[in-house]
Ligand binder design. Structure first.
Ligand code: ZN
Length: 415
């Protein structure tokens, strides 16, 4: 029934035609190159773009012990202890401490793991400093941390998850985080689609990673306990999205997140609960109310027409799990309604931290304001983090939690 409802919605929205077009005959970068199980035999190295130092002029660097600076053809210099900025200098060459080089990529490799510090954060692995001209063609540098995938996950688990929660929930999330990262490494989508020079961002554009900062004994335990475990569907690794609190149902990722997501059963939405209670109802984001002033909405939604007066906002289409998919806004003096996506068009443009989700139970308005009562936080695709915490409390295993939120996918250990 759910599948049929989704299909009806798709047909209504005319997205069937759109997605056929995207999948089969659109020229240009593809989001989902298939990543097969056979491609994964050992933890790869992952290149994590440091979000604060993407296309900048300089960045503060500290190396504590022995280190080597590598260029394309080998070691440029060895040294011990360095506290200096890396900078772009001298006809676009890269300067690291006392060394200047015209190489497009310079690698700073500490002898001891964890001796590297960039912008006050310590990292395992090595630092890549890459020439990366900005969109206007001005020369810049981008910094990325290269580390093995399992080491990276220890930082992610400590940053993305609430470590006081049950171990099975944390293990489930580490499996999802590992699968997501592996997909990004193998499919190279940030490089082909976004033009970046690395595999993942270190912030919520991918998964939050702060080097060693948030590593802890428990984060390490969780990652080690699930080493090499991935979500597999049909012999393939897929992009395992997750969000904080779904509100009771997850939604089809390819509709909510667009062509970044595969249209496959594990990502097409499922129930988060036992039919009576939502698993995530213990989340502090489970129910919320927000008051939005209409003058502020106009500034964000109609920046070119500040005189616009919003008369009425209504939901015109919903997804199978109840999240608003499209809204229509009636403005004074116009007989035509302005329609927009509830998430990308409305929530993201207004403020996704204030409007926590598009699962709206109630929408009240008067001339000045709109009051939305809603449930959940985030895009509600894939694993629901608070739902996973509750499932662990109820005695479900990590594998059961994963297989609940990614229906028809199985957990497999690949190394
Ligand atoms: Zn949930």
């Amino acid at each position: 029934v759910r599948r049929e409802t989704v299909l009806q919605l798709l047909t209504l929205a005319g997205i069937v035609v759109g997605s056929f077009f995207l999948h089969s005959c659109m020229a240009g970068p593809r989001y989902h190159e298939p990543v097969t199980v056979g491609e994964v035999a050992a933890p790869p190295r992952i290149l994590v773009g440091l979000g604060k130092f993407v296309r900048v002029d300089a960045a503060p660097l500290l190396v504590r012990g022995d280190y080597a600076i590598h260029g394309d053809k080998g070691v440029i210099e060895r040294g011990r202890g360095m506290s200096a900025p890396v900078e772009l200098r001298w006809q676009d060459g890269v300067r690291v401490g006392a060394i200047a080089t015209s190489e497009p990529i310079v690698r700073i490799v500490p002898a001891a793991d964890g001796d590297l510090e960039v912008g006050g954060i310590r990292y395992r692995g090595e630092l890549h400093v890459m020439r990366d001209d900005d969109k206007g063609g001005a020369p810049k540098i981008t910094l990325a941390n290269q580390i093995d995938l399992e080491g990276y996950l220890k930082g992610v688990v400590g940053s993305e998850m609430s470590l006081s929660q049950g171990i099975e929930a944390l293990k489930a999330q580490s499996i999802a985080a590992r699968t997501y990262a592996m997909f990004e490494v193998k499919s190279r989508t940030l490089r082909t689609v976004k033009g970046e020079k690395f595999d993942v961002y270190d912030d919520d554009r991918s998964q939050v990673y702060l080097g060693i900062k948030n590593e802890s004994a428990r984060a390490i335990e969780v990652v080690d306990a699930t080493r090499g475990m991935f979500m597999i569907y049909n012999g393939r690794i897929f992009k395992t999205f997750f969000s904080s609190t779904c509100g009771g149902s997850t939604e089809p990722a390819h509709i909510v997140l667009g062509r970044e997501a595969d249209d496959i059963p594990p990502l097409n939405g499922t129930r988060c609960g036992d039919g009576v209670h939502a698993y995530c109802e213990g989340s502090k984001h489970f129910r919320w109310t927000v008051t939005l002033m209409k003058v502020d909405l106009v500034k964000k939604l109609f920046p070119d027409k500040p005189q616009t007066a919003i008369e009425r906002i209504e939901i015109t289409r919903k997804l199978a799990g109840g999240h608003a998919w499209e809204i229509a806004i009636t403005v004074a003096g116009s007989s035509k309604k302005v329609t927009m996506g509830a998430n990308d068009g409305f929530r993201r443009r207004v403020d996704p931290r204030v409007i926590k989700s598009t699962l709206w139970e109630d929408l009240q308005e008067d001339a000045e304001k709109v009051v939305i009562t809603g449930r959940g936080w985030g895009h509600a695709c894939g694993l629901c983090q608070y739902g996973a915490y509750r499932m662990a409390e109820l005695g479900f295993s990590a594998v059961q939690i994963c297989e609940n939120y990614y229906p028809q996918a199985k957990v497999q250990k690949l190394y």
